[in-house]
Design a protein around this ligand. Structure first.
Ligand code: PRP
Length: 210
């Protein structure tokens, strides 16, 4: 049988996860000195480095058993897996934001929203019974209202510095976000013990504090 595979979101969550693994006592040398390699051994596990949305794809399809990914990506891309643990890091929030001092809610015209997360944005406005036009932007979403493309954005806010430095402000908070552990549904049954052992290690390390 192949080793248990963990799909890990590259970037910020990767760094925090390495710390978490080290506090469990895992040898992360290969993961830290990975060079351009994408599959790294960590103890008896295989760690796969991937973009957030791809972590979900690999776990949903069972080629990875476990995933570490932000709640933002989970909320946007799907639910065909078990979400088993909140890691408590990677904390930020989804918010609706627009130009400072502009009343977003006034007027009767249909609003236009820029976002990297069209499903989150649509659901948010559907709940309010508002019809909006959503435009998908791949990065630096804050540019869209500044350039006059949209009335507002739905995006991740962490420190709030990006909004502030660009003359934008939060109109309404949408939901809190943090890193989560997800598990493939079949793996949870077929490799229950191995997965439960890893989850237990993570929970203990989390409680001790990382
Ligand atoms: C995210 C998000 C905001 C920024 C918020 O972008 O889209 O732009 O971080 O962080 P802050 O509240 O601490 O300023 P990211 O840095 O991931 O880059 P991207 O815009 O290219 O996706």
């Amino acid at each position: 049988m192949r080793p248990i595979r963990i799909a890990l979101t590259k970037g910020r969550l990767e760094k925090r996860t390495v710390k978490l693994f080290e506090s469990i006592g895992f040898d992360c040398k290969q993961l830290i000195n990975k060079g351009r390699r994408l599959i790294l051994p960590v103890e008896s596990y295989e760690v796969v480095l991937a973009k957030a949305a791809d972590v979900i794809t690999y776990v949903e399809n069972g080629v990875c058993d476990i995933g570490i990914v932000g709640k933002d990506t989970i909320a946007e891309y799907g639910h065909s897996f078990y979400e088993v643990l909140d890691l408590g890091f990677g904390k930020c929030r989804f918010a609706l934001a627009g130009k400072k001092g502009v009343d977003f809610w006034s007027g009767y015209n249909a609003k236009c929203i820029a976002t990297k997360y069209p499903n989150i944005a649509r659901q948010f406005f559907e709940k309010k019974g508002m019809d909006v036009k959503v435009i998908k932007i791949e990065g630096s979403v804050e540019l869209a209202p500044l350039l006059g493309l949209t009335d507002a954005i739905v995006d991740i806010v962490e420190t709030g510095a990006t909004l502030k430095e660009n003359g934008l402000e939060i109109i309404e908070e949408i939901m809190p976000i943090s890193a989560r552990v997800i598990v493939n549904m079949a793996s949870m049954k077929l490799r229950k013990n191995e997965i439960e052992n890893l989850l237990l290690d993570i929970e203990v390390a989390k409680e001790v504090g990382i």
